[in-house]
Design a protein around this ligand. Structure first.
Ligand code: ATP
Ligand code: MG
Length: 409
């Protein structure tokens, strides 16, 4: 069915908050076999909001509205709906009780303005809010189903997932099969060139450059779920043949979680030594819940002295080849193994820039070493990521983790 999405709030129009709710809702609706035909952000003005409701009802079968269900005076979405749809607002004692209990549970007393959130539109139904106070509301008007949601993203996600998604699944007029392929190590344009000849089996392919990775999304729409799933799987296999191990995973799991799972599966521990990334790699590793099961430690050795003191890097190597060198990266990785319980060690040394580059080691130069217990030689690779400091740290950290992935698979 056709879907329209309305987000409300002056802050969106003023650029103070970024409207992520629309993107999130659109993606979900499209995945569930509906088509988002119209998106609109509207101010906190009564007339503008009412106009957007009327317009949306003409354009779509389903309207999702985010924001303005809160207790404050600028939260007027349901009041506008009541007058626009000519429906009464009716106090719901059960909702009021729930809101009061929520406050009591936290040792707070409910303010009078929160009482406003216990009103439903005549003929509507409550979509329970398990995360916050204002419930979502579902109501029919002009042969259109309106879903009102709070603006707070976590509340919107929960209500959508628990109450609206099942409804959309039951009311979809087509089936959708999807697959996401996560790529790392090649720029978008090169990925595109490599897959030019791949048979997509009727699926639609879209690219998303989510720096530093590239996501490929295959989508097939039709009437038979099983056939669509087969087509998407076959298309994914065809892409895999073209891209090989550039595809590091399918689905939602990112690189750091993927490699973490591999380490855990093999009961191996990782340690890292970071110079130019200043802890960024360790931060990405520990962004994954449960990382303590496979992550031993990080050495952040920015100065030459730190490299020598913490990792036993021979000062004469630094003197001879420079801190940014294959030899120092290798010594750092070996130092991690020596000073820790890790089975694998990653080490990075480079020039993040924008200053500090030389002719032989320009800004963006990085040496990444991977050493493993029981092997005398570290594998060292050299890259140039000439980008902003943050993008450099991202590219270098992801590349290091990807080197480990390749050696584990
Ligand atoms: P509240 O009870 O917090 O007032 P509400 O349902 O009235 O919730 P809004 O007041 O519109 O919703 O928004 C509350 C907060 O939610 C905003 O300050 C903003 O941080 C976030 N938010 C609102 N709309 C969006 C949106 N479209 N995308 C992302 N975040 C949003
Ligand atoms: Mg509000």
């Amino acid at each position: 069915m056709k879907v329209a999405i309305i987000t409300t709030g002056d802050e969106i129009l003023q650029g103070i908050i970024t409207d992520t709710n629309s993107a999130w809702l659109s993606e979900k609706c499209n995945s569930l076999g509906h088509r988002v035909v119209w998106q609109f952000s509207v101010s906190d003005e009564v007339n503008d909001i009412a106009q957007s409701f009327r317009f949306a009802a003409q354009k779509a079968d389903i309207v999702l509205i985010s924001g303005g269900l809160g207790p404050t005076s600028d939260d007027i979405t349901l009041q506008v709906a009541a007058s626009c749809f000519e429906k009464e607002l009716i106090k719901d004692e059960a909702i009021l009780k729930k809101i009061r209990e929520r406050f009591e549970l936290r040792g707070l007393s409910m303010t009078e303005s929160n009482e406003k959130q216990a009103y439903l539109l005549e003929g509507s139904c409550e979509l329970p809010n398990e995360v916050g106070t204002a419930p979502g509301v579902q109501v029919e008007w002009e042969n259109t189903t309106f879903f009102f949601l709070p603006g707070v993203p976590n509340e919107l996600y929960q209500i959508f997932t628990d109450s609206i998604k099942p409804w959309l699944e039951n009311n979809a007029d087509e089936c959708v099969a999807e697959k996401i392929l996560r790529c790392f190590g090649l720029p978008e344009a090169e990925v595109d060139t490599k897959i030019k000849a791949a048979d997509l089996c009727g699926a639609k392919l879209s690219f998303r450059a989510k720096y530093p990775e590239v996501l490929l999304k295959l989508v097939a729409r039709g009437s038979d779920r099983k056939t669509l799933a087969q087509h998407v799987s076959q298309a994914a296999q065809n892409l895999q043949v073209c891209l090989g191990d550039v595809i590091y995973n399918e689905g939602e799991e990112e690189l750091f979680a993927k490699v973490g799972a591999l380490l855990q599966e093999k009961n191996l521990k990782l340690g890292v030594a970071e110079s130019c990334t200043g802890g960024y790699l360790a931060s990405c590793i520990t962004d994954v819940s449960g990382a303590s099961r496979y992550f031993d430690r990080a050495f952040i050795t920015y100065s030459n002295e730190a490299k020598t003191e913490s990792l036993a890097v021979d000062p004469s190597i630094i003197e001879k080849y420079g801190a940014v060198s294959e030899q120092v990266a290798s010594a750092m990785a070996k130092g991690v193994l020596q000073k820790s319980n890790a089975d694998f060690a990653l080490a990075l040394t480079g020039v993040a820039g924008p200053t500090g580059g030389t002719k032989s080691k320009p800004v963006g130069t990085v040496f990444i070493a991977l050493a493993s217990k029981g092997s005398d030689e570290a594998q060292v690779e050299h890259f140039i990521f000439s980008r902003s400091r943050t993008a450099f740290k991202q590219a270098a950290s992801w590349t290091a983790m990807n080197m480990l992935r390749k050696s584990l698979t």
